[in-house]
Write a protein that binds this ligand. Structure first.
Ligand SMILES: C[S@@+](CC[C@H](N)C(=O)[O-])C[C@H]1O[C@@H](n2cnc3c(N)ncnc32)[C@H](O)[C@@H]1O
Length: 213
């Protein structure tokens, strides 16, 4: 599967965005040989399993110009890098606890010349700053994740949807989300027809805050 998979679902890309998506394959193939951040099986399906899956978040929530997004446990840069290509006017902060993963992410950022992404080698608990949305995939179960990211979501929203967490998850989430009454689950199979997306979801968890007064 090649980059046309991305162009099929995102039809209004600029030439720059199209060439960034095209260039991802060579950059990841090259860097993955030196530092393994994507499994051998997955690297051949980079556009499906990593790039398009990451962009699933954009089918649920579009980010406003000037907003700030944190990708927690970004690994090789997912979902942060594909989203940063799609939203060049949005600031992305990518964080991972493992230095060699951040090294690859930084190489990809430099290779593409992305100006709206910063990559940090840190545990998220030790990272400062506040963000409109926190995105993630495959890092921790929701209770742990909520604990780690506490205080990192801005109170005031510039989007129609309240600020919060947008988490790519799969399978049956009933048990994991039972304590989160406000969580909403969106099925990616409603947006993408490939079998891979049959069980894939975006979980949106609005941030909790006390109403003043
Ligand atoms: C399974 S990988 C997923 C990587 C990427 N999100 C993806 O879906 O391809 C989980 C990543 O989370 C990172 N991680 C786990 N706990 C973390 C924490 N507390 N702060 C920052 N990164 C963390 C790990 O180092 C690892 O790279």
């Amino acid at each position: 599967m090649d980059v046309n998979l991305i162009f099929k679902y995102f039809t209004k890309l600029t030439e720059v965005q199209r060439s960034h998506f095209e260039d991802l394959n060579a950059l990841y193939q090259d860097w993955n040989k030196k530092i393994n951040v994507v499994s051998r099986k997955d690297i051949d399906e980079l556009y499906l399993r990593h790039v398009l899956h990451s962009l699933g978040i954009a089918k649920i929530q579009q980010f406003n110009e000037g907003s700030q997004i944190l990708d927690v446990g970004t690994g090789g840069g997912f979902p942060g890098i594909p989203l940063a290509i799609l939203y060049p006017e949005v600031q992305f902060t990518l964080v991972d606890a493992i230095g060699k993963k951040i090294k690859v992410v930084q190489e990809v950022i430099d290779g593409l010349g992305l100006k709206n992404v910063s990559a940090h080698h840190s545990r998220v608990e030790d990272l400062n700053g506040q963000f409109d949305f926190i995105v993630s995939r495959a890092v921790a179960a929701m209770p742990t994740f909520v604990h780690w990211t506490k205080g990192k979501i801005k109170k005031d929203s510039t989007h129609e949807r309240k600020n919060g967490i947008l988490y790519l998850k799969g399978g049956d989430l009933a048990e994991e989300l039972k304590d989160y009454k406000t969580a909403q689950i969106f099925n990616l199979k409603e947006h993408f027809s490939e079998v891979f997306f049959e069980t894939k979801k975006v979980v949106y968890l609005p941030q909790k805050y006390k109403v003043p007064g």
